[in-house]
Every structure is written in C-alpha cells, then in structure tokens.
Design a protein around this ligand. Structure first.
Ligand SMILES: Cc1cc2nc3c(=O)[nH]c(=O)nc-3n(C[C@H](O)[C@H](O)[C@H](O)COP(=O)(O)O)c2cc1C
Length: 303
C-alpha cells in the first residue's frame, strides 16, 4: 500500500488532502458525514482578532465552473474559535490549521499571539485582505506588504507558519520569495481571483460588494501554473489549491510542485470529494508503484 503521509514544516499529515479555509467551516457540518480524521488536515474558517459579521448579501454568485464569493471573513473571532471549536477539532481531526486575517499589522500580531498559546498545529496567514493603512490595497499584492505581514507574524509565533498567497499579482514568484525570506515555513496558493458579474436587467452587480473572489474548476489551470512557478522559485514546501475537484486534479497539482493539496469549492458540490481524492490518489500510487507522495512532488517534465 502506498504511504500517503507527508511532512510539512515538521508537521506530519496522514495524507496530503486538506479542507480549504472558508469552505469547511470549522468542521462542524461535516462530522455527521464522516470522521474528520479521514482528512490530512482542516484549514479553519479565516479568523480575525475581533468577531466579524461579514459582508451584506448577496455574497455568492454562481459562474461557469466556479463561484464568486464576497463573504467578507464572517467569523466568531480568534478567542471564540479557541474556546468553542478548537477542542472538538483537536479531538476529531488530524492537523488543525488556523487561517488568520487582519486589517492592520497589530490585528495579525494579536491573533497570532492568541493562537501561539493555543493547541493549533499550524497558522495559515491569509494575506489577501485589504491593508487598511495602505488605502485598502491587499497585503499580498506587493512583495513589501507580503514581507511586512510575514515578518510581524513570524515574530509573534513559533507555530509552523504557512503564508497563503493571492493570485491577483503580476509575478507570484517575487511574493513567494519575499515571504520565504521573512521566515515562512511553507506557502499555500492560490486564494481566489478577483472577479465580477452583473445582472443585465437591474444593471447591478450580482454581489452586494460589487466584486468577489472566483474559485472552483474555472481557476484550476491558473493555480497549477502558479504552483509550478513557485516550486522553481522557493525551497519551502507548497500546499496547492484552486479548483481541485478530482484525484486526477490533485495528482496534477502535486506534479506541478505541491507537497499537499487543499480542496475548497468542490466540497460545496460534493462533501465527500476530499475522501474520493484520497482514495483515487492512493490507487494511482499503487498502480504506478509509487511508494511515497514525495516521489511525485514537482515531477512534471516540462517540454
Ligand atoms: C465561500 C468561500 C470562503 C472563503 N474563505 C476563505 C477564508 O476565510 N480564508 C482564506 O484564506 N481563503 C478563503 N477562501 C479561499 C479558499 O480557501 C481557496 O483558496 C480558494 O477558494 C481556491 O480553492 P477552491 O477552488 O478549491 O475553492 C474562501 C473561498 C470560498 C469559496
């Protein structure tokens, strides 16, 4: 039998399939369907130091092969997460990843300090949020912004740190290198691509926020390309995501350079999709005599 376990930043995952932040809540809706321990890990709903109501609806719009969302980080706050969700997650799941967002550096630092003192296994830094002091531009769209937030959080925690990159940039590799230089233990990508839909009758944008993040199968080739570029640019392990819905997609993402994958939007269509990906990957490895996932990572043969 193939060994599906992977090690990222010193953390052992029993398999390389992780539920993506914002698409799995904090696991609470899925424990009735299957044990969380079937997954390699769970990246929890993005959390902020204070609770947030999120954006005004409509916050979801369907698109061909994907969805646009502008949920706006609705969450109960880091303290609420640690108190209400984390104990069950730790009891029932494998690797528990806290996904952290903030509007100013102090928010990120405060959240990281709370989590540092908690039982979470890893912190995933969402740098796709607006930097309020920089006029609302996203932290992760410049190497300076990405470096600043990584630097601040690195100082605030000893937990293994994954920095999650936004694809809404010209050169993803310069951002990846900047966060690696500031002490990120791993990078994950991609977050959603900024998009917009308009209702032609009302002439209003479908999302109340006007714009939102595109995810799902539509973004998969963009994600594969960016993971491949980052694999060649950094030495830290990569967690690949963006549009994965089948085990074949997961293998493709691993060949591009991902050491593990996250599955998001596909879970809305089929909550069992992460389990199907795990089984399919295992069979593929067995059939091809591959003993360890690491034998596949980055093994694409470019022309
Ligand atoms: C409804 C929704 C909410 C999301 N919330 C978060 C979040 O809180 N933090 C985060 O880092 N990413 C968030 N994401 C992005 C996903 O984690 C993932 O990066 C992205 O959707 C691409 O993967 P997918 O195509 O498999 O969904 C969200 C995505 C969706 C669809």
């Amino acid at each position: 039998m193939a060994d599906l376990s992977v090690r990222i930043a010193g953390v052992e995952f029993p398999n390389p399939v992780i539920a993506a932040s914002g698409t799995y809540g904090n696991g609470e809706c899925y424990t009735e369907l299957y044990p969380l321990s079937r997954l390699g890990g769970v990246s929890c709903k993005g959390m902020t130091i204070e609770p947030k109501m999120g954006n005004v609806p409509p916050r979801i719009a369907e698109t061909p092969s994907g969805i646009l969302n502008s949920v706006g980080l609705q969450n109960i706050g880091v303290h609420g997460f640690v108190e209400y969700y984390l104990p069950t997650l730790k009891e029932e799941g494998n690797v528990i990843i806290a996904n952290v967002a903030g509007a100013v550096l102090d928010d990120y630092i405060a959240a990281a300090e709370v989590l540092d003192a908690s039982d979470v296994d890893m912190i995933e830094l969402n740098i796709s949020c607006p930097n309020v002091k920089a006029g609302g531009a996203t932290w992760g769209v410049t190497k300076e912004g990405a470096a600043a937030v990584t630097h601040a959080v690195r100082k605030a925690t000893k937990k293994p740190l994954i920095v999650k990159l936004t694809p809404n940039v010209t050169d993803i590799t310069e951002i990846a290198r900047a966060v690696e230089a500031e002490g990120a233990d791993s990078i994950s990508l991609i977050n959603t691509l900024l998009g917009m839909r308009i209702d032609i009758n009302s002439r209003r944008p479908i999302l109340h926020n006007n714009v939102g993040g595109l995810s799902g199968p539509a973004v998969f080739p963009v994600a594969v390309r960016m993971v491949w570029q980052c694999y060649k640019a950094v030495h830290i392990p990569i967690i690949g995501m963006g549009g994965i819905s089948t085990w074949e997609d997961a293998v493709e993402m691993i060949l591009a350079g991902a050491s593990a994958v996250q599955i998001g939007t596909a879970i809305f269509k089929d909550p069992y999709s992460p389990l199907k990906v795990i089984d399919g990957l295992s069979e593929y490895m067995d059939k091809n005599g591959i003993r360890s996932v690491s034998e596949l990572v980055g093994q694409v043969k470019p022309w």
